[in-house]
Each structure stands twice: as structure tokens, then as C-alpha cells.
Design a protein around this ligand. Structure first.
Ligand SMILES: Nc1nc2c(c(=O)[nH]1)N[C@H]1C(S)=C(S)[C@@H](COP(=O)(O)O)O[C@H]1N2
Ligand SMILES: [Mo]
Length: 495
């Protein structure tokens, strides 16, 4: 009999004993010592039918437990076939927890590790092990690093729920272990988040709230007909939240900052380094803040806990999360700015030609162009098309008008602007929602298309091909949506 079958046989018994592992483990007895056997590390690693892990050189079969793992199956599966210690170092609640070790783990023991394999160097843990568990309401495009977009349901709320807010990470989410002890090097002065908060709460600095829509430079990249490399976002890499914090310009005044330099640089714990122009920071109407609250609560880890830079009206990437250091410099800082990633190159520059391009000729993206999206389009039994969506423009430029067409752009209907329309026209950091009703009884329509005009008179190009760029940035071409029909099945026919 193969070793796998022996394990399978003995575990079959254990499985019937323990069909609700979380509740029953404490009651079931550990297997008798006589049934225990030795395993080689290789055997633990390559076990296919059973999920085995090692803790303190003992081997455990956790097959029946993974679905009941309070931290989620995904997390526990990271340790499959290896030592749990490196993973538990991220989650100290396991290591010194008698319940976890004695009541949960011990009953799953099936043997020990072969003498010669003991204490072999535990493999490096997956760096994403401590990433937060994401809400099911997000559409995960890549799990590690997490790129997840807001779905149509999430986009229905003018203020996006923090759980629904799109996530765009370039690496693992840093751990901020102790609340508020996070310290930032602000213009060479070390300042704790807790100190910034108490300065604000005591009135020494003014605490402000900014409702700002954030959009990734690559939002709608996936809609370019010609594929551009990068996360294939639909239209959900955009969300709107209420951020609370203190203006960076007020912190500068408080700290009596004398540093020169045209660019404000911000460096994150995860290595992200970006620059924004000094004038945006110094402008009292620029509303650049160090934020510590999102939608009335501590910022969730995915969105920058405990502190992030919020740069309203600027492309997503300039809103640095997990800020560690802020200072002024004469030149833009890193490849995040000087490199290709956030430069809109000419349409004829494809992935081959790009190697020969002098990137220094082009500026990095800051504000974003006006865009609009149809979230929902339904024709009712009454022959009326009801349509809704959002429009937004970078730089605080408010939305002047939104038009929809049911004939592919030959004629246009002006829609009603809703939430967001009363923002100051040149400080409209948040998006504007819109709704429309069009009588389509006499037309056979399948598709509706939208375009918006901002207060500067900018509008959207009809097609993506004219603005395509090798990084797939800034796709603000007209947005098309297929029309749904309300169920017109008439039950009375069977009456
Ligand atoms: N430190 C850090 N800041 C970051 C990022 C990151 O990966 N690390 N991603 C940037 C990008 S590209 C975007 S679009 C926004 C996304 O913010 P969100 O995840 O809160 O939606 O954060 C920006 N700030
Ligand atoms: Mo982004």
C-alpha cells in the first residue's frame, strides 16, 4: 500500500468524526501515538490528496479544516506542504494561542517529520500572505498584487462604500502593526500619525474633508481595441470617497518648512515614489491632504492605512498610500514619473517603436481628461429607455453637460445632471451622476452611447483608436452600452 493510501485511510475516519471542524476539534481526541508515523519533507510537500502542514516538526493533515479557517481558505492554503511558522509570524494571534495550537491544530496531527528533515530552513513565505481579505463585491483582475475593480453595483452609490472602492496595488499591502505609531518623515521632521491627528483635533491644524473621485490612469484600458499591456481594466478603476485629514500646506506652515524645490515627493512603505507640482500643494484650493480617514473611518489597509496622500483631480497613482516620507526636490523623483508607465505617448508609438522614444520629451500624467460611463440602460415595457451613469473630469473641472445618443452619435439627447452637479465648477473633485429618459417606442435601439463636456469645454473623442497609446492610459472615448429590456413576458396570456 502506498503511503498516500495509508494516510487517506486513517484520515477517512477522522473526517467522519469531524465534519464541522471548527466546533468539533476540541472534542475529538488526537490520534493515538501508535497511528502516528514519520514523514519526509518531500512527502509533505508533494501530497496531492491531503493538505499537509508542519508545525514544530510535527505533521498535520488540515484537509478537513481549510474551509473553516477563520482567515479564509486562500490564506491557509499558502502554507500547504510547508512549515506554518513563517506564515504565523505575520499573524501573531496564532503563535501564542493555546486554543489554536492545542484545540485546533493538535487533533489534526498525523505524525512527525523525519529526523534528517527537521528544522530545515522554512521556505520564504508568500509576500502577499498578510494582504487583507477583499470584499466579494469587487471584481478581482489580479489577486497578487491586488488589482480589483468596482462593479456596476458598487458604482451605484455616489459615495463609494470603502469595501467597493477599487484596489490598485503594485505589491503587498504593508503592515502597520501598532495603531497610530506610524511615523512619517515630513520635510525632515519625524511626525507620528497620532500627533498629526491630535494637532487637528485640538485645532492647531485645520482638519478638512475632501470628497474626491479617484481614477486609475489605466481605467478603461481593456476597452481599447488594440491591446495595451497592463491591467485590463473595464470602467471600474474609479471610485469616490470622503477623505479626512490635514492640508500638506498647513503642515508645512506648522513645521516652518524652508525646503526649496518645484516638486513635492512622497515615498511609500512599499517603495512607490511620486512627485506632484509644488503649486498644487501650496494652493489653498488645491486640497492636497495627508488623509487618515476614509468615509468616516480609519482608512482600510488596501487604501493606505494609516495615512495616504490625497491629491484631488490628479491621476490615481499620485495619491500615494502608506506614506513614509515627504520632501521637496528640484526634479521629479522616480521612474514612476520619468519612465514610461504614466506617459501618454503618440498613437503611432507601439511596443516596438517605444524603445527608441526619448521619454524626456513627454510629461508624466497629472490631471485626467473628461470621461463618462453608462452604468445602466434599460428599455421598459412603456418603450422608454432609462439610462444612468457618471461623468468626471480631472483637475477639478466640473461637468457642464452630458449627452447620450441612441443612433450611434447622429443625434444627441441632453441628460439630467444629479448628485455632484452643485460642486464648485473649478473644484469639482467628485464625479457627477446623471440620468436620462428617452422615448424609443418607434426606434429599434440596441445600444446607447454617452459623452460628456466639462466646464472648460473639453469633450471626449468618439473612438479609442485616435488616442491609443502604448501604455493604454487615459481612455476617455465615448462609452457604449448594450441596452437591456425589461421582461415583457405577459402572464395574463395564460390567465
Ligand atoms: N504606495 C502606493 N501608493 C499607490 C499605489 C501603490 O501601489 N502603492 N497605487 C497607485 C495607483 S496606480 C492608484 S490608481 C491608486 C489606487 O488607490 P486605491 O487602491 O485606494 O483605489 O493608488 C496609488 N497609490
Ligand atoms: Mo493607477
Amino acid at each position: 500500500m502506498s503511503p498516500a493510501l495509508v494516510i487517506g485511510g486513517s484520515m477517512g475516519m477522522m473526517l467522519t468524526m469531524r465534519n464541522d471542524p471548527l466546533n468539533d476539534v476540541a472534542m475529538s481526541e488526537p490520534e493515538e501515538a501508535s497511528k502516528m508515523r514519520e514523514f519526509s519533507l518531500e512527502e509533505v510537500k508533494s501530497s496531492k490528496r491531503k493538505i499537509l502542514v508542519i508545525y514544530k516538526n510535527d505533521v498535520f493533515d488540515i484537509t478537513s479544516f481549510v474551509n473553516a479557517h477563520p482567515g479564509g481558505k486562500d490564506k491557509i492554503m499558502l502554507a500547504k506542504g510547508s512549515f506554518v511558522e513563517p506564515y504565523w509570524s505575520y499573524y501573531p494571534q496564532h503563535t501564542n494561542n493555546k486554543y489554536v495550537v492545542d484545540s485546533v491544530l493538535k487533533p489534526m496531527k498525523i505524525g512527525t517529520l523525519k529526523e534528517s528533515d527537521r528544522d530545515s530552513a522554512p521556505p520564504a513565505p508568500n509576500p502577499y500572505v498578510s494582504d487583507p481579505v477583499r470584499s466579494h463585491s469587487l471584481r478581482i483582475i489580479t489577486p497578487t498584487p491586488c488589482n480589483a475593480e468596482t462593479t456596476s453595483e458598487g458604482l451605484e452609490n455616489w459615495l463609494t462604500d470603502s469595501d467597493d472602492f477599487y484596489v490598485r496595488n503594485h505589491g503587498p499591502v504593508p503592515l502597520a502593526s501598532e495603531k497610530d505609531s506610524w511615523s512619517i518623515n515630513l520635510f525632515s521632521s519625524p511626525l507620528k500619525v497620532s500627533e498629526i491627528k491630535s494637532l487637528a483635533k485640538s485645532g492647531k491644524l485645520s482638519e478638512i474633508s475632501v470628497t474626491a473621485t479617484m481614477q486609475c490612469g489605466g481605467n478603461r484600458r481593456g476597452y481599447y481595441r488594440k491591446k495595451a499591456n497592463g491591467t485590463q481594466w473595464g470602467h471600474g478603476a474609479i471610485s469616490n470617497a470622503r477623505w479626512k485629514g490635514v492640508r500638506v500646506r498647513d503642515l508645512m506652515e506648522h513645521l516652518d518648512v524652508k525646503e526649496e524645490g518645484k516638486w513635492l515627493n512622497a515615498l511609500s512603505e512599499d517603495g512607490t515614489l511620486v512627485s506632484i507640482p509644488r503649486h498644487k500643494v501650496e494652493d489653498v484650493n488645491g486640497d492636497v491632504i495627508l488623509a487618515y480617514e476614509m468615509n468616516g473611518e480609519d482608512i482600510p489597509r488596501d487604501h493606505g492605512y494609516p495615512v495616504r496622500l490625497v491629491v484631488p483631480g490628479y491621476v490615481g497613482v499620485r495619491n500615494v498610500k502608506w506614506v513614509k516620507k515627504v520632501w521637496f526636490g528640484e526634479e521629479v523623483s522616480s521612474m514612476w514619473q520619468t519612465g514610461l508607465a504614466y506617459k501618454i505617448l503618440p498613437t503611432d508609438v507601439d511596443s516596438k517603436k517605444v524603445e527608441k522614444v526619448d521619454l524626456s520629451k513627454y510629461k508624466g500624467m497629472m490631471e485626467m481628461p473628461v470621461t463618462s460611463v453608462i452604468r445602466k440602460a434599460v428599455v421598459g415595457k412603456d418603450g422608454v429607455l432609462r439610462c444612468e451613469g457618471f461623468a468626471w473630469s480631472g483637475g477639478g473641472r466640473g461637468i457642464h453637460r452630458v449627452d447620450i445618443s441612441v443612433d450611434g452619435g447622429s443625434s444627441w439627447h441632453c441628460v439630467d445632471l444629479k448628485e455632484g452637479k452643485d460642486q464648485p465648477p473649478h473644484k469639482a473633485w467628485a464625479w457627477t451622476f446623471w440620468e436620462a429618459e428617452v422615448d424609443v417606442k418607434d426606434v429599434n435601439v440596441e445600444e446607447v452611447v454617452v459623452k460628456a463636456v466639462d466646464v472648460a469645454g473639453n469633450s471626449q473623442p468618439s473612438e479609442g483608436k485616435d488616442i491609443w497609446n502604448v501604455r493604454g492610459l487615459g481612455n476617455n472615448s465615448w462609452h457604449y452600452k448594450r441596452i437591456d429590456r425589461e421582461d415583457d413576458w405577459d402572464n395574463s396570456r395564460f390567465g
